[in-house]
Design a protein around this ligand. Sequence first.
Ligand SMILES: [Zn+2]
Ligand SMILES: [Zn+2]
Length: 156
Amino acid sequence: MAVVNEHHSPDHAFAGNTYKGRCFCGAVQIAVTGEPAAVGYCHCESCRSWSAAPVNAFTLWKPDAVKVTRGAENVGAFNKTPTSTRKWCKSCGGHLFTEHPLWGVTDVYAATIAEFPFKPGLHVNYQETRLRMHDGLPKMKDMPKEMGGSGITLPD
Ligand SMILES: [Zn+2]
Ligand SMILES: [Zn+2]
């Protein structure tokens, strides 16, 4: 599976791939199809607090590429701000994905779709980091310009 995501050509035969995912207990199952818009790590305070982890491994998809295939009635939602609708399993509390309607993307946590070949391309909100990761990838101070950020990068 690891070779799949090395092909980024939009007309590549792998473009229709589907990756299945699940919550911690398995009551909720999801599927994502195609290729993500971006893959990386977010270091922001919101991601760290919500995930109870020092960094969030994200995969961003067009909203209609993400489907709940089982247990939709078990999906809870929480909005702290209008930019993020956080979805989780009401049985186990396991996190599923976060919808960002203003940006037109859905962040599916990499750990939720274990079979997706995670190949990070950048770090975002690195100015808020609590876990420096010297991996040579671009470190965005906040967000890319196309998502309303400064587009400034910080040293690795
Ligand atoms: Zn669950
Ligand atoms: Zn974040």
